[in-house]
Design a protein around this ligand. Structure first.
Ligand code: F6R
Length: 261
């Protein structure tokens, strides 16, 4: 796991966008895994700028989102399919229909989850997955106690996640749905490269557990320690509880230029 501590969201955006651009350069038909939430916005904004200026294109690429609230009406602005369209997809040049998400309005939820797994598999799997992390250590919406071998399924959101996400629902925690569909931890682990972004002091404990804690369903993100290619992009505040912070900084400073992330 590579831990990179950067100055601010703008630097995180640039490093993350470099990785996506390099992938699209060598594989224009790449499959991207797209998180919603605040953390990846700097990367999406930077990619939108580069797409505008013609240095990167998503024309041949495909995308899969991580998760979806159950039961939000199709036109609800916080439905993740609408969120990803607004913050990223409509700002770049994906082909129509190239980005999909799990169907939180499906009548048969288990069938919709199985179909989503099959769609990812049929697309050849995710080449690069962008992730955020919850304050309780979730990735996608795999809350504490999630099976480390889980696949796409329905989950109940923790109170803490609903409180954290109330900011997207006018501060009203009761407006945040109680259930979601989420890619499982085993699903996420099948991506070739994972880039996890975390900023701010409120993420510091979850980041410490992710990087330095024991692998445990209590901190689901710790399963990433088993993946051979994970890049963690942090600002100083999110890194403040890391025991080996000086080592991570030194490693990045002295990293061979040819290595990439
Ligand atoms: C959303 C997702 C979640 C978020 C996490 C952090 O698709 O997968 O795991 O990444 O809740 O959210 P933010 O980035 O808003 O702090």
């Amino acid at each position: 796991m590579e831990v990179i501590i950067l100055q601010d969201a703008a630097e995180i955006g640039a490093v993350g966008a470099d990785a996506v651009a390099a992938l699209l350069d060598r594989k224009p038909e790449a499959v991207l895994g797209l998180a919603t939430g605040s953390s990846p916005l700097a990367i999406y904004d930077e990619l939108a700028r580069r797409c505008d200026s013609g240095t990167v294109s998503f024309r041949g690429a495909r995308g899969f989102t991580l998760d979806e609230y159950v039961g939000l009406p199709a036109e609800h602005p916080q439905r993740y399919r609408n969120v990803i369209d607004e913050v990223f997809v409509c700002k770049v040049d994906f082909a129509p229909g190239a980005v999909q998400g799990p169907d939180g309005l499906a009548a048969d939820i288990p069938a919709a989850c199985a179909e989503y797994e099959a769609a990812i598999r049929d697309a050849g799997g995710v080449d690069l997955q962008i992730l955020g992390i919850g304050t309780d250590g979730h990735i996608a919406f795999n809350e504490p106690g999630s099976s480390l071998g889980s696949r796409t399924r329905i989950k109940t959101l923790t109170r803490q996640t609903r409180v954290d996400n109330a900011r997207f629902f006018g501060g009203d925690v009761d407006a945040v749905p109680t259930h979601c569909l989420t890619q499982g931890l085993a699903t996420i682990l099948e991506a070739s490269h994972l880039i996890l972004v975390a900023t701010g002091r409120q993420k510091a404990e979850a980041v410490h557990q992710l990087v330095e804690g024991p692998v445990s369903a209590m901190w689901p993100a710790t399963i990433l320690q088993l993946h051979p290619h994970v890049t963690v992009l942090l600002d100083g505040a999110a890194a403040q509880r890391l025991q080996l912070v000086d080592y991570y900084r030194e490693t990045y400073r002295s990293k061979p230029e040819w290595q990439g992330i």
